[in-house]
Design a protein around this ligand. Structure first.
Ligand code: USQ
Length: 362
């Protein structure tokens, strides 16, 4: 397939590009380096330097003769996105091109409007570009489990049947986000669902939990192929932060009571979930939704796992609860369904001690 990866320089975008080109697909990546620019503006850095797309593409070609095409530009600009879509003519679009950080989205007004304008604007442009230039293409959109929030009932896989006054109807499962970033993802879902109904688009929405990990099969061939690894409080996700804190001899920063529970997955599983979704596409006029995670953990459970893996390596890992900078439930019910991707054939990589030790050692 001809696969266009939007946000192809990011934590998930670049590993996805290598994974799919390694599986024989024809891949192009699009990025405007927004993530790198925001990190520079906020004075935070990834753990190690990551080469730009030109060099990554060159290294990937040297290790396996794989060709990845690249477009640098802003997908919010219609002239740019229309040129990319007309030229590449994708069969599948994987849409990661969003400002991905919840804390960043709530830093100040400018960060909030950047998040709204980028995330919702790019999703709208993707919809219009598909309609105009490749109406048969399948859109795979990276959504987030955080769209559902933490309701006091079971979370279904995207949809819920409601019986009301003796009649039944199926609706999107209720969404109530805990951050502005997550709210923009809800807006994306609503836009996609509207145009699926209007224009018979084919869409898969992957409701992903926090991702952890560094290594993928493809990046093991050359360190210059490794993905970004952020550990700061804006762009680092919780387990990746805990790993770095453990090694840096900094107490693990559990926010508040630490009972916040989420559905986690290994970065390798993200790649497999995306590949399984594109190899088994949604139908015309279908918004297919999968809850994309493999295991649930509370923040406290993650901290204890990192502490125990660290002590096996002789590290004295302390855990410290700090005042929660976020407004969220710190103890709550959490029981989300997640059978769709397993039914497509996902074989999960669980969070083992070996996995943690490998990350700590690196
Ligand atoms: N947390 C801590 N200590 C820390 C960092 C985080 O206790 O040092 C807690 C947070 O308060 C939260 C939980 O860990 O309760 C998860 O936080 P996170 O920063 O790992 O993840 P989050 O902000 O929810 O966002 C991340 C990604 C986002 C993705 C989302 C999936 O940045 O792009 O959509 O995970 S989900 O959380 O399921 O919505």
């Amino acid at each position: 397939m001809r696969i266009l990866i939007l946000g192809g320089d990011g934590y998930l975008g670049w590993p996805t590009a290598m994974h799919l080109s390694g599986h024989g697909h024809e891949v192009a990546v699009v990025d405007n380096y927004m993530r790198r620019n925001l990190m520079r503006d906020e004075d935070v850095e990834p753990l190690y330097k990551v080469p730009n797309l030109d060099e990554r593409i060159r290294v990937w070609k040297d290790v396996g003769k794989y060709i990845i095409k690249k477009y640098i530009g802003d997908l919010n600009k219609w002239e740019f996105i229309s040129q990319v879509f007309q030229e590449f003519q994708p069969d599948t679009i994987i849409h990661y091109a969003e400002q991905p950080s919840a804390p960043y989205s709530m830093l100040r007004r400018e960060a909030a409007t950047l998040t709204i304008n980028n995330n919702v604007g790019v999703t709208a442009n993707v919809i219009f570009a598909v309609r105009e230039f490749c109406p048969d293409a399948h859109i795979i959109k990276l959504g987030t489990m955080g769209e559902y929030g933490t309701p006091n009932i079971d979370i279904e896989e995207g949809w819920i049947d409601i019986e009301h006054k003796g009649r039944n109807s199926k609706f999107l499962y209720p969404r109530q986000a805990g951050s502005l970033y997550h709210t923009t993802k809800i807006m994306d879902t609503d836009l996609l669902w509207y145009y699926v109904r209007m224009w018979e688009l084919r869409v898969t929405d992957l409701m992903q939990g926090p991702v952890y990990g560094i290594f993928t099969e493809e990046s093991s061939q050359d360190d210059r192929l490794l993905t970004f690894f952020s550990y700061d409080e804006l762009f680092g996700t919780v387990l990746n932060r805990f790993i770095v804190q453990a090694v840096a001899n900094h107490p693990l920063t559990v926010y508040g009571k630490g009972g916040q529970t989420r559905g986690y997955l290994n970065i390798r599983d993200t790649l497999n979930c995306v590949r399984l979704s594109l190899e088994n596409p949604a139908d015309y006029g279908e918004l297919r939704i999968f809850n994309q995670f493999t295991e649930t953990f509370s923040v406290n459970e993650l901290a204890v796992k990192v502490q125990s893996a660290g002590s096996g390596l002789g590290l004295d890992v302390q855990i410290r609860s700090i005042e929660n900078p976020r407004k969220e439930l710190e103890e709550h019910y959490y029981n989300p369904a997640h059978t769709g991707l397993l039914e497509l054939g996902l074989e999960p990589s669980f969070l083992t001690n070996t996995e943690l030790v490998q990350m700590l050692e690196y």
